[in-house]
Design a binder for this molecule. Structure first.
Ligand code: SF4
Length: 405
């Protein structure tokens, strides 16, 4: 099992808060596909023999600024070079996600995505209030986002994720509640909600440095996060990670237009398989400038975030890498495991290093900042799971920090 991430580093304009690597230059888009195909074939031996790819994710940037034939050319090249666990209609076995922006979605484009095998859509809505969308420099209105969602449903997409942002100046508790009610009334299959952060190099950082943007205080953000958890739980969404919620499959109902939805097997989880693979340390290959790769053990690589160099240089000159130490692996396991509601199995940690944190674990349990949940796996082996209680997720960074070496 493994995943492939393809970075499409182009946007038609920049959102105020966005720190992802992306460029607006339209001329370079034509050179990008040949360069990407060069990297794909150069990386064909990245995974060990026999590894099946079970998730494919096109992220950005904005993948939906590319034409369907361009995306199809990339998919075709990937199929020629990797062993995909494709199975017609098996949406619970192979997940192919594309991130889209609402303003790019037309019925023709949605049909095109379907025709190349995409079975999961992730769409950035961010807010249902136009004043906020304008401030964020989003290119769509709330109405356009809702319309795009219905177009995708009508095209037959049975797995749609929508993103929201909270914790920014000007978002009142009442407006946040409005956004939560609006998103749950649409019944997407998955919801991601992120607290706005001031990232380096963004327009928002410049505003903050000039004193023109004042960050929201932590108590207000915590209240909005608690509202997020409560409203989504009541609406039938299970939280499985700090920022991610999957619709319970027994809540499938007739609100979903388009064909075939009611034939979905009940076993399907709407958790993002691709992102869950990251958190569960499944190997993944990242293609495109700025993309990261991991061998599933102790080696990471990253492509430099420079699309001009990416298009002009030989494959081996575009990236760097590092071998993780036992301490790095330990800290990463803490961070990846504790962000999930499933928690972290202590058996998976280096025993010697774990000994040095047992006191901190016990103290955090006493303070009700960690829970122990000992269970048996399918083979009857005992697992010693630790979890952050979901009502403490908002302060998860500081809890994890207490366990880092
Ligand atoms: S949020 Fe998405 S659309 Fe906006 S600049 Fe970032 S990558 Fe581009």
């Amino acid at each position: 099992m493994a995943g492939i991430y393809v970075h499409i580093p182009f946007c038609n304009s920049f959102c105020i808060y966005c720190g992802f690597y992306s460029v607006i230059n339209k001329q370079i888009r034509e050179n990008y596909i040949p360069a990407l195909k060069r990297e794909i074939s150069g990386r064909r031996n990245f995974f060990t023999d026999g590894t099946k790819i079970n998730t494919l994710y096109f992220g950005g940037g904005t993948p939906s600024v590319m034409e369907i034939p361009q995306l199809e050319e990339i998919v075709q090249c990937l199929k020629e070079n990797f062993d995909f666990a494709f199975a017609a209609g098996a949406v619970d076995k192979f997940e192919f996600t594309v991130e889209v922006n609402p303003d790019d979605i037309t019925p023709q484009y949605a049909d095109g995505l379907k025709s190349i095998g995409v079975n999961r859509i992730s769409m950035g809505v961010q807010s249902f209030i136009d004043e906020h969308l304008k401030w964020m420099h989003r290119r769509h209105t709330a109405k356009e986002a809702i319309n795009a969602y219905h177009i995708l449903r009508d095209a037959g997409f049975e797995n749609i994720s929508l993103d929201l942002i909270f914790g920014f100046a000007g978002l009142t508790a009442r407006q946040w509640r409005y956004n939560l009610d609006k998103i749950t009334s649409l019944r997407p299959d998955h919801i991601s909600a992120y607290q706005l952060s001031i990232d380096e190099g963004t327009a928002l950082e410049a505003l903050a440095n000039q004193g023109k943007y004042l960050p929201v205080d932590a108590d207000e953000c915590a209240a909005q996060y608690a509202a997020l958890q409560n409203v989504l739980a009541a609406a039938g969404y299970d939280q499985y990670e700090i920022s991610n919620f999957a619709r319970r499959t027994d809540t499938i109902s007739s609100h979903v237009s388009g064909s075939g939805v009611n034939s979905l097997p009940r076993s399907i989880s709407y958790r993002s398989q691709h992102n869950s693979n990251y958190w569960n340390k499944i190997p993944y290959l990242g293609l495109g400038p700025g993309a990261h790769s991991f061998d599933g053990s102790n080696h990471r690589e990253w492509n430099f975030p420079n699309v001009e160099n990416y298009c002009n240089l030989q494959t081996k000159e575009i990236r760097s890498g590092e071998t993780l130490t036992e301490k790095d692996i330990f800290n990463e396991s803490i961070m990846l495991g504790l962000r999930q509601t499933d928690g972290l199995d202590l058996n998976a940690l280096n025993k010697g290093l774990l000994k040095t944190t047992l006191t901190a674990i016990a103290r955090l349990e006493d303070e009700h900042l960690l829970l122990q949940d000992n269970i048996k796996d399918n083979a009857g082996n005992e697992q010693f799971i630790i979890k952050i209680p979901t009502d403490k997720f908002f302060i998860s960074d500081s809890i994890m920090r207490d366990l880092f070496l």
